[in-house]
Design a protein. Sequence first.
Length: 157
Amino acid sequence: MKIQTLLTIVLSGALLAAGCVPPAGGGYYGYPSPQVYDPYYGTPSYRSSYDPYYESDRRSHREIHRDLTREQQELNEKLNRKYDKAMRRLDRQEREAEEKLYRKYGGNTSDPRYQKQSRRVDQKYDHKRDKVERNESKGYRQGVRELEREHERYHGW
């Protein structure tokens, strides 16, 4: 009885192991091997269809870098437009606040209350401009990091 049980275990283990071995073509279950020829390195790179750069593997290394550079430039232009829009809005709001203050005190800029309120308006909008600059640089850093990660994923670093 023990020999028959032992043979059953060994045979079922061998059959299980044989089913897990890839076929001679290099792929699994009739699918092709994930090897893709990389023209830059001249050797096959082992990328799967799950890799976001799998479809773009047909491009050369120089083309990949050109596209990443173009994306970086587009990001910079987008952030610059956003920054300019925010600064124009703040300039307009500050100008309107100063005009309102001027009307409130009847054009008397030597009034101490006018001067105090004018300083507060200046401080308020200076603070807002600093905040816009911080957010713009934060967006730029995040965009650069994202593009760097894409570049590293392409190279498999």
